[in-house]
Design a protein around this ligand. Structure first.
Ligand code: C2E
Ligand code: CA
Ligand code: CA
Ligand code: CA
Length: 278
């Protein structure tokens, strides 16, 4: 592509659709985002439904671009996956989340779990165990407090390889959740072969679980499945008290969603933890 100085694309731009132009701007911005320190993490509380305590936090990346506007992860993560930039970004996320987790442990919240989203290509990197080892050592965050969230697709893409990677990382003490559970195409037969800790019910099922009989049945089935396989289950995207009541009645153990808290900037987490544990 031809560029007219300062990364400002002029030439050919009239040929591009609005979408392609947006994509290229994002791609160029992403290149510099790490060095310019434009990323930061927010943390969404995960609560134990029984005692109501916050047991963990999910780290969610945020990008404030050069123009000061926030770009949604749903927009830039898929792009970063296509360009391969996700590897460097994902490393940064892992390190930052563990560093922050350690700081909260040191502040007295010593059992807090940290959930980190892993992109498919991160999970399939042969050097992931070494990277994790290095990050845990460097940050002093305990492996057993780290929970990696992966999707069904990454498990089913190459089940043998995925099972091997899971085994190695589980051996290190790291836990695994299957994110967006129910939206992919995992074979239930495979589920028992993978060493997993937790299923995360996708928020599309949670949204209508108390109005839509089918969504309710799916939520119910995932909770029973998890229980029968000896896995934890967490519902994401819980927004209303009736959803909460439904989940509680079905025996869901953990919840996360706007009903409790949106993803919080790090500076607000200590306050949250103090008031939610007291
Ligand atoms: P996800 O992992 O399924 O994360 C949950 C998304 O739901 C987050 O959106 C969160 O802010 C949002 N959410 C939380 N509670 C509620 C609720 O009650 N209602 C609704 N409607 N939404 C809720 P976010 O932060 O925009 O992230 C979107 C997706 O981007 C994530 O989906 C995940 O797939 C990806 N992502 C975010 N951070 C990272 C990261 O550090 N690494 C990777 N690889 N992917 C990430
Ligand atoms: Ca997630
Ligand atoms: Ca999810
Ligand atoms: Ca998702």
């Amino acid at each position: 592509a031809k560029q007219a100085g300062q990364g400002n694309i002029r030439f050919f731009s009239h040929d591009l659709t609005e979408q392609a132009r947006r994509r290229r701007t994002l791609e160029e911005g992403l290149h510099r985002a790490l060095e310019r320190e434009e990323f930061f993490l927010c943390y969404q509380p995960q609560l134990d439904l029984h005692g109501g305590a916050t047991v963990g936090m999910e780290a969610l990346i945020r990008w404030r671009g050069p123009d000061g506007q926030l770009v949604a992860p749903m927009e830039f993560i898929p792009l970063a996956e296509q360009t391969g930039q996700i590897l460097a970004i994902g490393q940064w996320v892992l390190r930052q989340a563990c560093r922050q987790g350690r700081a909260w442990h040191d502040a007295g919240f010593s059992t807090l779990q940290m959930a980190v989203n892993l992109s498919p290509c991160q999970f399939l990197q042969d050097n992931l165990p070494q990277l994790l080892d290095q990050v845990l050592l460097e940050t002093g965050f305990p492996a057993h407090c780290l929970e990696l969230e992966i999707t069904e697709g990454v498990l089913m893409h190459d089940p043998v390889r995925a099972a091997r990677m899971l085994a190695v990382l589980r051996e290190m003490g790291v836990g695994f959740s299957v994110d967006d559970f129910g939206t992919g195409y995992s074979s239930l037969a495979y589920l028992k072969r993978f060493q997993l800790d937790r299923l995360k019910i996708d928020r599309s099922f949670v949204r209508d679980c108390c109005h839509d009989r089918q969504d309710g049945a799916i939520v119910d089935a995932i909770i029973s499945l998890a229980r029968n396989l000896g896995l934890d289950v967490i519902a994401e995207g819980v927004e209303t008290a009736s959803q909460l009541d439904f989940l509680r009645a079905q025996g869901c153990g953990l919840v996360q969603g706007y009903l409790f808290s949106p993803p919080l900037p790090a500076s607000e987490v200590t306050g949250w933890l103090t008031s939610s544990i007291a």
